[in-house]
Design a protein around this ligand. Structure first.
Ligand code: IVH
Length: 687
């Protein structure tokens, strides 16, 4: 394969391939006289793209790979789906499945439909757009309306044809389906990553998602992803279809793999039976599934049933229950969080459950361990709660070794200070209340750097522990004083990686004020309350100096949060930290802007006092933030979604279909974008 090329041979091969691909493209498109089968053409195009990706220095704007979206397009630009990619409602058991079928029959005025049952592939939904039979765009689902352009990466998937086959190819067709990683590929890649000393891929679904997010399609190509098609989006031209099954057959004819397990089934009882059968045999396939998708086959019936605000009424996902496995509980340990809260967790003999290998599982708190009475040495049942977080369900008592005693919660912190743990009256949590606890300190720094807070790339648990162990860092303010010279000698670093991390840390100083507030890790103060405080006060100083009453009056803050914020700022050590963060140059918000905003606010008539106005789509003269500010500066709220309490939905071009549907369903007034200014001025729904 391409990895064996050196630059000189790659240059020659690339030149040859470019010439061939361009030649066959011309034969196909311009002369309508192809000499190659489509599959053979794909092999050439794929080899060329892989080589160009591997040798970026040989890139050339004249390459035929650039003509149809090409590998340059892998920067994940937003793509608005021509037809939204809705999700599915779930049925968690047979009864919920039957209840759905009853609703369907009712919606069809008593007619019992035929169903199509498909496997629910555990991968990533993808929309592949073909124009004149050529793949022009591959987009992820995103929020259903706008996804990400991952064309360059998807082109490396063998199952995805570059060109459609057959006589009746539509002018435009969006083929939808699931990109997934076959289990065998997943296992093989994990053998490789283990040999290379890299951390393993968690599960096939995550691995597929990560592969599609690669900046370099050559890396995606190595992940050997696959694709099953199961739906179409926009279709212009081509044959007429009357059933979903016909659609699938056609999608198969134009070149896509259709899962062979698709079944047409006449009764819901037989569907339920099929679901149970699949559940029992879910691991007999070469890929992961997490349920069965059932669709009404007749397209006219689908149209009659239509959509709710979030999903089609004509389809349902029967979800398999979480999987359980038994394994040996080796030990119980306690971790200490940033607020000193302790969490007991189980160290397990590694076991594969719910699509990934589990070697640790939470036991939540002291009472939970006591109630479950799990003891080291027990064989325990493990499952994925919500199919994500591993959890110990309980012991298998028949297998308990003789002579074990109930596990005792420790009385001291596992850190080097070994301070006493306390459990306040009426609380479920046992805490370490020692301010100097090194575990809490490390956790605070990790939280500061985490995604939802200051989002510092490269500053994870391992690095934080290295910094504090080397006494380079005592608290978050210290990270801003780090130099590449100090970081470089640490294990796993070299000069470039040290410089990169220091730069990422420095860059985080400019994060917006709500993130800084969140990152402080004040109890109860999460991202949305931080946002509300920042919007109201504008600077950290003003948040700090505000009275309890002023803070708790802010929508979304309230007395509890305000009180913990006060307590936090009253601590001299925290004030010291704020001073040092300020001195390091962390953004605390601009005093000038805050003052100007307050003055402007005082001057603006509060026409929308207490009213929630949701804005969707483009509003001429405003960007999204400005439109929301226009509402909030008039005393209104501007939430992101429509509810029964919404006063008005302002709709501009490219509006979200789900918001519109929901507003219509709830009788919420809809205001066109060009009447937004009237709404702002009067606080009334314009006529
Ligand atoms: S149909 C309007 N069919 O499940 C119909 N989805 O929870 C939309 N999925 O986002 C989807 N296998 O990622 C459909 N055979 C299948 C599927 C399937 C997996 C996924 C898909 C979708 C999610 C919905």
């Amino acid at each position: 394969m391409s990895e064996t090329h050196d630059v000189a041979t790659a240059r020659d091969r690339i030149a040859e391939l470019r010439q061939q691909v361009a030649h066959h493209n011309r034969l196909y498109h311009e002369l309508d006289a192809p000499e190659l089968l489509d599959g053979d053409f794909d092999v050439l195009a794929r080899e060329l793209r892989a080589l160009e990706a591997e040798f970026p220095e040989l890139a050339d704007d004249g390459s035929p790979t650039r003509d149809v979206g090409g590998i340059a397009g892998a920067t994940f630009a937003p793509v608005t789906h021509a037809v939204p990619m809705t999700s599915l409602d779930n049925a968690m058991d047979g009864d919920e499945l039957r209840a759905w079928a009853d609703r369907v029959v009712k919606g069809l005025d008593g007619v019992v439909p035929r169903f199509v049952a498909e496997l629910k592939i555990d991968g990533l939904a993808m929309s592949l757009r073909y124009e004149s039979g050529i793949l022009v765009r591959a987009a992820t689902r995103g929020d259903g309306r706008v996804g990400e352009d991952v064309t360059g990466n998807v082109r490396t998937i063998d199952d995805v044809p570059e060109r459609l086959t057959g006589d009746n190819v539509p002018n435009v067709v969006e083929v939808r389906g699931e990109v997934y990683m076959p289990t065998a590929v997943f296992e093989a890649l994990n053998v490789e990553s283990k040999a290379a000393g890299e951390s393993p891929l968690v599960n096939p679904r995550n691995a597929a998602a990560g592969s599609l997010r690669q900046k370099d399609p050559a890396k995606t190509a190595k992940r050997r992803l696959s694709f099953w098609a199961y739906q179409v989006g926009q279709v212009v031209g081509g044959p007429d279809f009357f059933t979903h099954r016909q659609t699938l057959d056609f999608v198969g004819e134009i070149g896509f793999p259709i899962n062979p397990e698709v079944r047409s089934i006449d009764t819901i009882e037989a569907v339920a039976e099929y679901c149970l059968f699949r559940q029992e045999h879910r691991h007999d396939l070469g890929y992961e599934i997490d349920g069965v998708v059932i669709k009404v086959d007749d397209l006219a019936q689908q149209a009659m049933l239509g959509f709710t605000s979030r999903a089609p009424r004509w389809a349902i996902a029967y979800k398999f229950p979480p999987e359980q496995r038994t394994t040996l509980l080796r030990a119980i340990q306690v971790s200490v969080g940033r607020t000193g809260r302790t969490t007991p967790f189980a160290i397990l003999e590694p076991v594969f459950v719910g699509g990934s290998t589990v070697s640790m599982a939470t036991l939540h708190n002291q009472d939970q361990v006591a109630i479950k009475d799990v003891r080291p040495g027990d064989t325990v049942i493990v499952r994925k709660a919500g199919d994500v977080i591993p959890e110990v369900v309980g012991p298998v008592l028949e297998k308990r070794p003789k002579g074990t005693e109930p596990w005792q919660f420790p009385t001291t912190c596992p850190c080097s200070l070994g301070s006493l743990l306390v459990r306040p009256e009426g609380e479920a949590n046992t805490r370490c209340v020692e301010p100097a606890c090194p575990f809490q300190r490390d956790q605070k720094i990790m939280y500061w750097a985490s995604r939802g807070a200051m989002d510092i790339e490269g500053l994870g648990e391992r690095t934080v522990v290295q910094f504090t162990a080397a006494e380079l860092v005592r608290d978050v303010a210290d990270i801003y004083l780090l130099t590449a010279e100090q970081v470089e000698p640490l294990e796993g670093f070299a000069r470039p990686s040290a410089e990169k991390l220091v730069a990422a840390i420095q860059e985080s100083k400019d994060r917006p004020l709500p993130r800084v507030l969140t990152a402080l890790g004040i109890k109860h103060l999460g991202p949305s309350a931080s946002q509300a405080l920042a919007a109201e006060f504008g600077t950290l100083r003003r948040v700090m100096e505000a009275t309890d009453g002023e803070r708790s009056a802010v929508e979304g803050v309230g007395a509890v949060i305000s009180a913990t914020v006060s307590q936090w700022f009253e601590q001299p050590s925290n004030r010291g930290l704020i001073d040092r963060l300020g001195a390091a140059g962390v953004n605390f918000g601009s005093e000038q802007e805050a003052a100007a905003r307050q003055a402007a606010k005082a001057a603006i008539e509060q026409t929308l006092e207490g009213k929630a106005v949701v804005v969707t789509g483009a509003i001429p003269g405003y960007n999204r933030e400005e439109a929301e500010n226009a509402v909030t500066s008039r005393g209104g709220k501007s939430p992101g979604s429509v509810s029964k309490k919404t006063f008005a939905l302002v709709v501009g071009e490219g509006a979200g279909a789900s918001k519109l549907t929901k507003a219509e369903a709830n009788g919420i007034p809809i205001v066109p974008a060009d009447r937004f200014s009237d709404l702002l001025a009067t606080g009334q729904i314009p006529e």
